[in-house]
Design a protein around this ligand. Structure first.
Ligand code: SF4
Length: 77
């Protein structure tokens, strides 16, 4: 792919399920309040981070292209 992504977790939406940590160990971590944080908000495009975003039960994870801001996830309706 070669794209660079910006990854964001909406902490007002995250319910601390930990699914993202299971999907992409090392890419997300839960803080003491069980809120998820991307380990690095700027990352190379990778399937595990996308799987984490897809697997989040409340769609708290947004991925955009770093250069253009184009939305990678969630897909537009
Ligand atoms: S999968 Fe979603 S709700 Fe669960 S911890 Fe990660 S961001 Fe939060």
């Amino acid at each position: 792919m070669g794209d660079r992504w910006h990854v964001e977790v909406d902490r007002g939406v995250c319910i601390g399920s930990g699914m993202c940590v299971n999907h992409a160990p090392g890419a997300f971590r839960l803080d003491s309040a069980r809120q998820s944080h991307p380990a690095d908000p700027e990352t190379d495009a990778n399937e595990k981070v996308l799987a984490a975003a897809e697997g989040c039960p409340v769609e708290a994870i947004t991925i955009t292209l770093l250069d253009s801001g184009e939305v990678v996830f969630p897909p537009e309706d």
